[in-house]
Design a protein around this ligand. Sequence first.
Ligand code: HEC
Length: 120
Amino acid sequence: MKQRNWILVAALAVVGGTTIGCGQQEGVAAAPLSEAAQRGQVVYNGVCIACHNTNPALDGALGPGNAHASRELVEAKVVRGEYPPGYTPKRPSRAMPAFPHLADKVDDLTAWLTECCPAK
Ligand code: HEC
């Protein structure tokens, strides 16, 4: 390949990388996220997608979809490994560990799970 073609390939790689890095994910709402939701997304992608889908509207490898989970549900399940009184869990299993150290991230996680996905 001529050197000019290599330069073109390198330029396209840079443009492609910028597009991928801009924060929006395929299948996830295109509306701009609040700062809280952006912080929540970072936590979600760092911790939760080990089991849940990157797109919270969809089921993941182990965990069910979480889009529009209430703050009460997020706090109970994430911080204490429980469900709010009267809530019917999507799954009967008890596979998800509690993450008490994420207590101060509940608002951010809830914002992400609210803003991530179109309402059903
Ligand atoms: C080790 C795998 C795993 C990780 C990591 C994990 N979850 Fe889960 N999650 C599950 C599974 C499996 C369920 C289904 C109930 C169960 O088995 O505990 C669940 C259920 C839930 C539910 C309840 C869904 C419903 O409506 O019944 C919420 C909310 C939730 N997870 C949020 C989170 C958030 C937020 C994080 C990250 C802080 C997270 N999970 C991390 C596996 C996981």
